[in-house]
Design a protein around this ligand. Structure first.
Ligand code: ATP
Ligand code: PRP
Ligand code: MG
Length: 281
């Protein structure tokens, strides 16, 4: 049976379970449950702190796990990123009181508060810098105000927490994070892993594409097809009305309104958009 770690709490927990549900797996119904067996799919899910997940996967005690890229880097565990799951996006950044530091080159010799000492120490080593790392569990934005640090390194999503604490970001992000599926760095993947990854890829595609259908005059098909090339190429079927065809193609969700406008301008009619529940490409 495949054994998979899923975040039990925090930002990644709900969307991770939702994605697995969308891929056809059974998930816990009680947020206090720490294990959920999906007999039909031969998978067992273990609900763990996202910060601990790389440890279990890196040691080989669990086959796969969902965690954040920043948490994987912070752990220093040699596990492998297998798939970007496209949720839980955030940057990991330096921040300091406005005007206190003019660039990230000035962090040498300073006191840096963070809940991600592994990420910070890796950056310092890579840039040949020395600084004092003050390890905190959370609410790191308070550390400067309270005098234990000169700057912080923390997760920034909207930036609202930084603003409220009177801090501004400094330089480029140390890294860009999102939820990822991880596996052990070595050894061959156990049976069922490639099917699970394919199912998740199906969910990712279904979320980012819609199915577009429309009718168009056959002599306009080349121009219409250029707007809706699909994945391989659009499906074209004859219509009962002479000289017209029906076209179907997958279109990136973010582009669909522009594409519909352009198709209409071209002369296409009966333009319909439908969600894709799941797919295998
Ligand atoms: N707004 C956010 N705040 C915190 N972490 C976020 C945010 N958006 C995305 N993440 C990602 O979630 C992961 C951290 O999850 P974790 O559960 O450890 O902390 P959390 O969501 O802040 O929960 P808590 O602080 O209540 O334990 C990291 O990979 C981080 O990049
Ligand atoms: O850029 P924002 O949208 O404001 O989000 C980022 C903030 O949210 C998280 O804090 P959380 O609420 O998890 O508290 P914590 O620091 O105790 O973990 C994170 O640690 C940042 O402080
Ligand atoms: Mg937090």
């Amino acid at each position: 049976m495949l054994r998979i770690a899923v975040p039990n709490k925090g930002t990644l927990s709900q969307p991770a379970s939702q994605m697995l549900r969308d891929a056809g797996y059974r998930q816990r119904t009680d947020p206090k449950d720490l294990i959920c067996r999906d007999e039909a799919n031969n998978v067992e899910f273990f609900y763990l702190r996202p910060r601990d997940i790389a440890t279990y996967v890196g040691s080989g005690d669990l086959d796969l796990g969902i965690t954040g890229r920043d948490l994987l880097v912070d752990s220093g565990v040699p596990a492998t990123e297998m798939l970007d799951l496209n949720f839980g996006g955030a940057t990991f950044r330096w921040a300091a009181p406005d005007g206190a530091l003019s660039s990230a080159d000035e962090i040498g010799g300073k006191r840096i508060a963070t809940a991600y000492p592994g990420v910070v120490e890796r950056y310092l080593a890579e840039h040949d810098l020395k600084a004092e790392v003050v390890r905190l569990d959370g609410a790191v934005e308070n550390a400067v105000r309270l005098g234990v640090a000169d700057l912080i390194a923390d997760v920034v999503e909207t930036g609202a927490t930084l603003r409220q604490a009177g801090l501004v970001t400094l330089g480029e992000p140390l890294l860009r994070s999102s939820a990822i599926m991880i596996g052990p760095a070595e050894g061959s993947a156990p049976a069922g892993v490639s099917q699970l990854i394919r199912r998740l890829q199906g969910v990712l595609v279904a979320r980012s594409y819609v199915m577009l259908a429309y009718d168009v005059r056959a002599d306009l098909l080349d121009s219409a097809g250029a707007l809706t090339p699909g994945i391989e190429s659009p499906t074209v079927s004859p219509l009962h009305r002479e000289g017209w065809v029906a076209v179907q193609a997958m279109v990136p969700r973010k582009d669909v309104h522009r594409v519909m406008d352009e198709l209409y301008e071209l002369g296409a009619r009966a333009i319909l958009v439908t969600d894709i529940a799941n797919c295998r490409l």
